[in-house]
Design a protein around this ligand. Structure first.
Ligand SMILES: Nc1nc2c(ncn2[C@@H]2O[C@H](COP(=O)(O)OP(=O)(O)OP(=O)(O)O)[C@@H](O)[C@H]2O)c(=O)[nH]1
Ligand SMILES: C[C@H](OP(=O)(O)O)C(=O)O
Length: 199
């Protein structure tokens, strides 16, 4: 399976700005990307990193500085998966489930209504990211053919906001989790839910 991995190179993860400096956000998002690429490699996927600027990484990179939706649509030929680079909890098994699920369009929703991963086998399907893309994608794909939804905690956990870092500290084992621990983050008990604190 061809797997396109969109990656914002220069100013990533702005929603983590109150916890991480710009340089830390770049390092952390790079660590997440490495985790995602490792899982894709393990699943036998043929990687194409779709980056906003040149990137020194051990994978084929296409540079496209257009907005996310336009760049992905330009790369979306049938039998393509799109897997976001901010999914450091994904595993080979989870990706195999995504790739093997039948359907003209297969969608993996993210928490809060985004689309963390998809497979398109439908030549007319186009993405429309942001502002709750999952319901938009589900509706537009249903007009074109069959739609399947993959229900997976690991695929649904995109790391966007400080609260998402908790999931990484609980469940993660890769580079992104190591980076976070090295940066001083650890789990903290705040009311009934686990939170995070930084030393
Ligand atoms: N190629 C490309 N990838 C993008 C772009 N914007 C975001 N991405 C990637 O798309 C995925 C989802 O990104 P978001 O969480 O929406 O955005 P982000 O830039 O990572 O984070 P925020 O600044 O907090 O919104 C991540 O893998 C990003 O690296 C873009 O304009 N072009
Ligand atoms: C790209 C966007 O990601 P989110 O902003 O939901 O993380 C989406 O999935 O539509």
């Amino acid at each position: 399976m061809r797997v396109v991995v969109p990656f914002a190179t220069n100013d990533p993860k702005t929603r983590l700005s109150d916890r991480l400096s710009p340089a830390e956000r770049r390092e952390f998002s790079r660590a997440m990307l490495e985790d995602v690429l490792e899982a894709i490699r393990g699943s036998g996927g043929e990687i194409e990193v779709l980056a906003t600027a040149p990137l020194d990484i051990d994978a084929p990179v296409t540079v496209d500085d257009r907005p996310l939706t336009d760049a992905v649509n330009a790369a979306l030929v049938p039998e393509t998966a799109v897997v976001m680079a901010d999914l450091p909890l994904i595993t080979v098994a989870v990706l195999e489930e995504l790739f093997e699920t039948p359907g003209d369009v297969v969608l993996a929703p993210g928490r809060g209504g985004g689309t963390n991963a998809l497979v398109s086998r439908q030549p007319d399907f186009r993405v429309d990211y942001h502002d709750g893309s999952f319901p938009k994608h589900r509706a537009s794909a249903a007009e074109l053919g069959s739609v399947a939804v993959v229900d997976s905690h690991r695929l649904a956990t995109d790391i966007d906001e400080p609260a998402d870092l908790v999931e990484l500290l609980i469940h993660g084992e890769g580079r992104a989790t190591d980076w976070l621990r090295d940066a001083g983050f650890e789990l903290a008990r705040t009311e009934s839910r686990l939170g995070i604190e930084r030393e």
